[in-house]
Ligand binder design. Structure first.
Ligand SMILES: [Zn+2]
Length: 176
């Protein structure tokens, strides 16, 4: 690493420590040129290669976490889901996509991943997203999807929380 002050080729690392978010390493360096000896800082980070999304018409666009987040957020509008949960869902989907698809990922895969995550998270958000994503042409298809979801829920022990009722009033006894 060249010294930014005198241009000498030799500098040495005097300290290395991870950056705040753990994705960078901060290094303090010192110029070993006698007349200079100045110190400076460099940062090392993983090179993030762009992940391209292949759309239905074969057009490519760069993967955008923002876009993913907005899609999920829209589906979860007015649902009792904390923003941190949505962030975490987003992070997990992105992390896995980057792991499994190095360069290109079909947009359909992203849609399926979001649906899988929402199915677990919130029934209403799931149906909202699925109805837009799968472009339900008729009520029957939508109904089939909803019925399948209700079947899943019935098998689960917990019932989804009601958004429009105050929670924590101590009357949440399961009936029937
Ligand atoms: Zn120097």
């Amino acid at each position: 690493m060249k010294c930014p002050y005198c241009g000498a080729d030799n500098t040495r690392v005097i300290e290395s420590r991870p950056g705040e978010d753990g994705t960078t390493i901060r290094r303090r360096r010192e110029c070993i040129h006698e007349a200079c000896g100045r110190r400076f800082t460099t940062y090392e980070r993983v090179e993030q290669r762009p992940l391209m999304v292949v759309k239905k018409d074969q057009k490519r666009e760069e993967f955008s976490r923002d876009k993913l987040y907005r899609g999920i957020m829209k589906a979860c509008e007015k649902r009792p889901i904390p923003a941190e949960t949505l962030e975490a869902v987003c992070d997990e989907i992105e992390r896995k996509l980057r792991l499994e698809y190095e360069r290109e990922v079909p947009s359909s895969v992203i849609g399926e991943r979001v649906m899988d995550a929402l199915r677990e998270l919130d029934g209403v958000a799931y149906v909202r997203f699925a109805s837009v994503y799968r472009e339900f042409r008729d009520v029957e298809t939508l109904l089939k999807e909803v019925l399948a979801l209700i079947g899943d829920r019935a098998r689960a022990v917990e019932r989804p929380a009601q958004a429009d009722k105050p929670s924590g009033d101590g009357t949440s006894f399961a009936r029937g």
